[in-house]
Design a binder for this molecule. Sequence first.
Ligand SMILES: Cc1cc2nc3c(=O)[nH]c(=O)nc-3n(C[C@H](O)[C@H](O)[C@H](O)COP(=O)(O)OP(=O)(O)OC[C@H]3O[C@@H](n4cnc5c(N)ncnc54)[C@H](O)[C@@H]3O)c2cc1C
Length: 383
Amino acid sequence: MVLKDKKVAIVGGGPGGLTLARLLQLKGVDVKVYERDVHAEIRHQGSTLDLHEESGLEALRRANLMTQFKTNHRPNAGRFVILDKNGNILLDEHALGDDYEETRPEIDRQALRTILLQSLNPDTIVWDSHFVAMEPKGEGWLLHFKNQTAYADFVVAADGANSKIRPYITAIKPIYSDITIIEGNVYNAAKNAPKMWELTNNGAGSVMILGDNQSLSMNTKADGTLSFYSGNKFPENWVAESGIDFKDKKAVEVWFKEQFGSWHPMYQELLASDEVSIVPRPMYHFPFDQTWETLPNLTMLGDAAHRMPPYAGEGVNMAMQDAFELAECLTSSEFDDITDAVSKYELNMQKRASEVTQDTLQNTQIIHSDDAIEKMLAMLSGE
Ligand SMILES: Cc1cc2nc3c(=O)[nH]c(=O)nc-3n(C[C@H](O)[C@H](O)[C@H](O)COP(=O)(O)OP(=O)(O)OC[C@H]3O[C@@H](n4cnc5c(N)ncnc54)[C@H](O)[C@@H]3O)c2cc1C
């Protein structure tokens, strides 16, 4: 194994980084995860994630964590309701009863993180480690965090969409995907957004509302939070140029009324209470043909390597597939040196991510097109 006697540093304890840590530890690799969160219990944005058979679920299978997944997964959370802007229900998978086939089981982001964290050896995670820079040292890297330094022979960037490590690998920049998302969480949604909560089948389903070349997507967390995100075709710098203070819920509410005010009144519940948090996110992707020269002591996975809008539910699945493919290359006896092992991983990952990014952008385009409803209904019915 090319990592024999090597110290591995994974920067970022999201689903990609933690899956990789678990898989490397199962093979006896000396691995640390450096995570900027100060502790595990920090409240996270984001809602349920559907895991796909060949990627997210396959990663958990290889990590021997399927029992924990089955205990924590959220049956039926993937059942879809599609509505138009006037509040008409056009598709309701809850009505399918026992005929509904759950092919992509859902789990809360936080529950997935807990399962992965609990699977690691004690002291694997170094919390409160905010990466700022690194420099070559010997055959590896000296990593600088805000409050400490650490040496590693091999570094994996798993630090997400705005990766600080990616520029040490490539100068390729992301491309704006023409869509900006405003992500929100309504806490205690049964009280604060009762009609919308009901649409999610009282916390057990996903909802998409389409019209006017814009979208509202919603799903729920087991703790009673309703997560939603609007999708709009805005210019790249709209967040800064709009003049909206996204920390001021009232200012966002005014914008929401301008943008979605002609839609059914029940949708206005999303911004109506004071128990709402908001984050604006312009959506980016990387060029389909991105490649870089493989390095002997550094690689990347997940959103650091390939960003995309969330309209195909692929981001976490891709990150977890990266993790198991990288772990397989790094722990196989097939390769003579690290560069060969990493090169095999990177070539496969770049090709797979390119295909998935193209599919995702196609979905994104459909969802925000003039005939979004017809096309989505056709897609979901397998036409
Ligand atoms: C609104 C929205 C909805 C989404 N819905 C879905 C969905 O339904 N299904 C799906 O599959 N994907 C979805 N995604 C995408 C998904 O969240 C990402 O693709 C996925 O989380 C990527 O995993 P990752 O491990 O690469 O990075 P992340 O999950 O971003 O994890 C990165 C980790 O690195 C840490 N970190 C960052 N910077 C530093 C630093 N400088 N130093 C140390 N640590 C650092 C972060 O704290 C974090 O823990 C969605 C994304 C958005 C924005």
